[in-house]
Design a protein around this ligand. Structure first.
Ligand code: UGA
Length: 467
């Protein structure tokens, strides 16, 4: 099929490249001429596995980039809207980019098109798009508005797109529903999985994926509700972790005990310093605003957000317990991205903590495998420097903080780290290590929802002094 994707940001770019991989002819549109020039030259502006390879495979063949929305729309039968929907200061979604696209579509449409929302938008956005297009003179026979929410995660976006758990198609007319089905037919029929894609099949892939057809409004709600539910799992387990700390239980054991109940599931039950990123924080606030506008006070969402914010304060308190005063302390920080596998620092809890440390007068030396360049653009302070490796960050440090769950941080050379640090104190905000192993390697180790651990000789001294 001939497809236009408006917006070449995270979702739009991944969708464009993956639709090409499914065999469609795609035009990816953005009004940022610089970005379009970069992409047309085969350069990928974001850090995402398999994206460079797929871009190289399809660029100039099934995939082209352009700033000309009118030409692209006229050449396509389906138009996906994947522009940004940033949060307003009040917490609801700023839909002005979506509205601008709807107006542009109105001036471009010359025959029947399906206009599909792919950006995360509040329920009723499809109705607004429809109204704007009608108001701008497009006949109702010339278009339908549908919703096809995206569930991809940064870092595994291409894999999530091509091997989804489910595909949600929200359409209110048979014609638009059928066209959406056709777009995803290579996945839903299983045909794509017989081809030789350069993206390997994940072990847990559901093949073929389930296709769920709904009304447009339900599809819009499914997206917000999914993200809110996942964030709720994270806040729930963080709250349980806090109770574990208070009563001396172990959150890992508790997670295993509850996560193995198939009704609950183990995924998204990893405690830590809270969720971040460009999706959960924004979507929870937006969902809250949507519910409020509809006359429902969704208090549970408020609590999820509050628990998430408290995780940062609790971590700072733990740091004070470990180091006493903070002014002038030299701290090694491992991780700046909002999670491992990405260079994205938007609403990163790691970065929030780094800002708090700087404010407290600490000297921070940070290392992140991918997010240092972005952090350098965003945060400049005489109290913040960057290191070339975890070990360079740790040299002479009074404490080491693990703030992002990068795979690279799960197998550090502990004896080497121990030798490099001035004081062997580790605060692990992602529970990447076994407390006993850390203690055996000479570290005083604090994590989330588990008792802190100390090297055996220190424990004796500590017990004596406490007595
Ligand atoms: C999230 C959803 O997982 C996707 O399904 C959705 O499509 C996407 O938002 C979106 O709306 O576009 P993403 O923000 O890329 O994806 O990242 P996640 O892997 O969900 O992680 C979000 C945050 O939660 C990260 O800060 C991560 O460290 C944290 N997290 C995740 C935990 O603290 N514990 C967990 O068990 C899982």
């Amino acid at each position: 099929m001939r497809v236009t994707v408006i917006g070449s940001g995270y979702v739009g770019l991944v969708a464009s490249v993956c639709f090409s991989e499914l065999g469609h002819d795609v035009i990816s549109i953005d009004n940022d001429a610089h970005k379009i020039a970069l992409l047309s030259a085969g350069e990928v502006p974001i850090y995402e596995k398999y994206l460079p390879e797929l871009l190289e495979k399809h660029l100039g063949k099934r995939l082209k980039f352009s700033t000309d929305i009118v030409e692209a729309v006229r050449a396509s039968s389906v138009v996906f809207i994947a522009v940004g929907t940033p949060a307003t200061p009040e917490g609801d979604s700023d839909l002005s980019y979506v509205e601008a696209v709807a107006r542009a579509l109105a001036s471009a449409i010359n025959d029947y098109k399906v206009v599909v929302e792919k950006s995360t938008v509040p329920v009723f956005t499809s109705e607004w798009i429809r109204k704007i297009m009608l108001l701008n003179g497009v006949s109702h026979e010339l278009f339908d508005v549908a919703s096809n929410p995206e569930f991809l995660r940064e870092g595994t976006a291409v894999r999530d797109f091509l091997f989804p758990d489910r595909i949600v198609l929200g359409a209110d007319t048979k014609r638009s529903g059928a066209m959406l089905q056709e777009i995803y037919a290579p996945l839903s029929s299983g045909k794509f999985y017989q081809s030789n894609s350069l993206v390997p099949t994940p072990a847990e892939a559901k093949i073929p994926p389930l296709v769920i057809t709904t009304s447009t409004k339900s599809a819009e709600l499914i997206k917000h509700a999914s993200n809110a539910f996942l964030a709720m799992k994270i806040s729930f387990i963080n709250a349980v972790a806090n109770v574990c700390e208070a009563v001396g239980a172990d959150i890992n054991e508790v997670c295993e005990g509850i996560g193995t109940d198939s009704r609950i599931g183990r995924r998204f039950l990893n405690p830590g310093i809270g969720y971040g990123g460009s999706c959960f924080p924004k979507d929870l606030r937006s969902f809250q605003a949507v519910a409020k506008d509809a006359g429902y006070e969704f208090r549970l969402l408020q609590e999820i957000i509050a628990v998430n914010e408290q995780q940062l304060t609790r971590f700072m308190r733990k740091l004070r317990t470990a180091l006493w005063t903070l002014r002038g302390k030299r701290l090694a920080v491992l991780g700046l991205a909002f999670k491992g596998g990405t260079d994205d620092i938007r609403e990163s809890p790691a970065l929030c903590l780094v800002q708090s440390l700087i404010k407290e007068g600490c000297q921070v030396r940070a290392y992140d495998p991918a997010a240092m360049a972005r952090t350098q653009e965003y945060l400049v302070s005489p109290n913040l420097e960057f290191a070339a490796s975890p070990y360079a960050a740790a040299e002479g440090a009074d404490g080491l903080l693990i703030l992002t769950d990068w795979e690279e941080f799960t197998h550090l050379d502990l004896p080497r780290l121990r030798k490099l640090m001035a004081y062997p104190i580790v605060l692990d905000g992602r529970n990447l290590y076994d407390p006993q192993l850390m203690a055996q390697n000479g570290f005083t180790y604090y994590s989330v929802g588990r008792a802190f651990a100390m090297p055996p000789q220190t424990t004796a001294v500590q017990t004596q002094s406490l007595a």
